[in-house]
Design a protein around this ligand. Structure first.
Ligand code: F6R
Length: 610
């Protein structure tokens, strides 16, 4: 949520800032801006509403150069996405970029207004440069002025700060991610390593309440009292290649089609193919599964849906009680401490503010936390006791696809590992399960061949005013995920329901206009889903049924408007395979409607505010 970049060096900062913002645009894209200290020592700011390309055009018209600069790509929290609310925000002597939320900004704004400040934006951020100015006016040197200002802030922030007349860059962090890149004769700040790896691989991860002062040749980190603190330099493994979507039209499309490879890569770290056994050799850190008495899964959005699927598997195989929690609800519910429970936090980005807060909450209560994370150097990956990485590679499309299916792959193996640690997994079941998981990539290739069918169905329903998705068992969360995908990229309202819950209310929505998508693998619940589908059909609903046929299985026992034929599969493969037609359906409807598939409105890839 908002991307920050900053540089101090010997070359023009502007292209570094703009290139960096391109790599951070997934964090927010409703406005962007840069500030540089120009040759005459003043601060020059260029900002623009909308995508980064608008900022680039503006900089092409009136170039802005300097050796020290900060940049920002915004996901609006306070104030609409207009140019006046774009960062950097500026006072007389100071420019600031901010990721996070200042919770007490209204009180600070009132105080500063009373002291004669006139604010130019609606943002919470704008109080910060004025608070720093006030300290500079009182005679504080730059770092002390920033320190005094942030002592007044409540909330979360990662800040990049320029001060007129000072040949340095200041970075501060509390809650929101911020790292330093250590170069040769140049130093950097950024929200994550992606924009920095073209220049340096040497990164310093700031802790909360660290304040860093960067010059070209030096980085000094202090705590809030001004005492020097040591932070290790880590070598980043993040790829420097700017991911290319070729030959696909969108990153989301590419990422859907990358799933067989991503799943195969993920599985490699979780099993031993030679004897078809589960072997979580990719697990980093220490977690003793045999001591676990309950499992507490916490995540947001699509990752939460993965957690829901995982809960069915863990309960069924390991016979451990599982609770699945939406991260933003969990902590405020004041849940009792469960010292013998394993908390599993699931996050593609590894930066989601609510999930991270839940992780910290559980660790503070003495629980072991296992992270399932896609971004290897993310905060959640660094703070969890143990980490299982999804090997999906960078996911650029805002709508999560390959991260989701690889999360499911990890959860499948985790449930087997937990079952074995509790003596509840026979060798026979282990072998059959691992074999089934190993077949998933090839089966998924088969599912992807249905692309054309889903494109045609998308054409048929693109103007529907709503959609209903339904499923049972592990395919209930898949129905939720199908509805989420459709909503977020095509802006069509959609509901996901447990098929058995339809008659308790949502069935009232069904008429001849409503597409009802059923996720119906031939599992023990199939007949029950069929009954629910009959109920929908009796009320005129347009049925799209995703199911398997042939291979000795009976054809669908009633007429559906469209059937997506799936390969036969078992309990682990079903949710992984069955979500893919839903991803493709959402994708094709969005393309036909002409929405911005990879950067849908109002969303961001990394949600670092509560
Ligand atoms: C939907 C989507 C979001 C994320 C959610 C959590 O397609 O991507 O719902 O799943 O914001 O993000 P992570 O997994 O990064 O914690």
């Amino acid at each position: 949520m908002c991307g920050i970049i900053g540089v101090i060096g010997e070359r023009n900062a502007t292209p570094i800032l703009v290139e960096g913002l391109k790599r951070l645009e997934y964090r927010g894209y409703d406005s962007a801006g840069i500030a540089v200290i120009t040759r005459d020592g003043s601060i020059g700011i260029t900002r623009s509403k909308g995508k980064l390309v608008n900022l680039e055009n503006r900089l092409a018209e009136s170039p802005c150069t300097g050796l020290v600069g900060i940049g920002h790509t915004r996901w609006a929290t306070h104030g609409p996405p207009t140019e006046k609310n774009a960062h950097p925000h500026q006072s007389r002597r100071c420019a600031v970029v901010h990721n996070g939320i200042i919770e007490n900004y209204q009180e600070l704004r009132r105080e500063l207004t009373g002291q004669g400040v006139t604010f130019a934006s609606d943002t919470d951020t704008e109080v910060i440069p004025y608070l720093i100015d006030r300290e500079l006016d009182r005679g504080a040197e730059p770092a002390e002025a920033v320190r005094a200002a942030i002592r007044l802030l409540q909330g979360a922030y990662a800040l990049g700060i320029l001060i007129q007349g000072a040949d340095l860059l200041i970075a501060v962090r509390r809650g929101s991610p911020l790292i330093l890149g250590i170069g040769e004769g140049e130093n950097f700040i950024a929200s994550d390593a992606t924009p920095l790896v073209p220049y340096t691989r040497r990164m310093v991860y700031l802790n909360d309440d660290d304040l860093a002062v960067l010059t070209r040749t030096n980085v000094r980190i202090t705590d809030l009292r001004g005492h020097a603190v040591e932070r290790a330099v880590k070598i980043s493994q993040v790829s420097a290649d700017l991911t290319d979507k070729w030959p696909y039209r969108h990153f989301m499309q590419k990422e859907i089609h990358e799933q067989p490879t991503a799943l195969g890569e993920t599985l490699k770290g979780l099993i031993r193919a030679s004897d078809l056994s589960v072997d979580l050799h990719d697990l980093q850190g220490e977690v003793d599964f045999s001591q676990v008495k309950a499992v507490n899964i916490i995540a947001c959005g699509t990752s939460y849906h993965a957690g829901m699927v995982g809960s069915y598997w863990i309960e069924q195989l390991a016979r451990l009680p599982v609770s699945v929690n939406i991260a933003s609800e969990f902590r405020y519910r004041e849940p009792p401490s469960l010292p013998d429970a394993l908390t599993v936090v699931i996050s593609q980005s590894g930066e989601t503010a609510d999930t991270l807060a839940a992780l910290r909450f559980c660790r503070a209560q003495g629980q072991k936390v296992l992270g399932i994370v896609n971004v290897p150097e993310s905060t959640i990956a660094r703070e969890a006791d143990g980490v299982l990485h999804t090997q999906a590679g960078p996911e650029i499309g805002v709508a999560s696809t390959k991260a989701f299916t690889t999360q499911l792959m990890v959860l499948a193996c985790l449930s087997l590992a937990l079952a074995r640690a509790h003596g509840r997994l026979t060798r026979e079941v282990e072998r059959a399960s691992v074999e089934e998981l190993m077949r998933v990539p090839a089966r998924l290739e088969q599912v992807l061949l249905q692309d054309g069918v889903l494109q045609r169905i998308a054409g048929r329903f693109m103007n529907a005013r709503g959609f209903l998705f339904m499923g049972r068992g592990t395919c209930f969360p898949i129905a939720l995920e199908g509805a989420l995908k459709l909503k977020e990229i095509s802006y069509i309202h959609a509901e996901g329901y447990a098929a058995g819950e339809m008659k308790h209310g949502p069935i009232a929505l069904i008429d001849e206009q409503l597409p009802v998508v059923a996720v119906a693998p031939r599992d023990p619940l199939f007949d029950k889903v069929v009954s629910n589908l009959e109920e929908a059909r009796a009320r005129g609903g347009r049925l799209v049924v995703i199911t398997s046929g042939g291979h000795g299985e009976e054809k669908l026992p009633f007429a559906a408007d469209h059937v997506i034929a799936m390969p036969a599969c078992g309990m682990f493969a079903a949710p992984i395979l069955y979500v893919v037609p839903l991803q493709l359906l959402a994708y094709h409807i969005a393309v036909l409607k002409g929405t911005d598939v990879d950067q849908p409105r109002n969303l961001a890839k990394s949600v670092t505010v509560e």
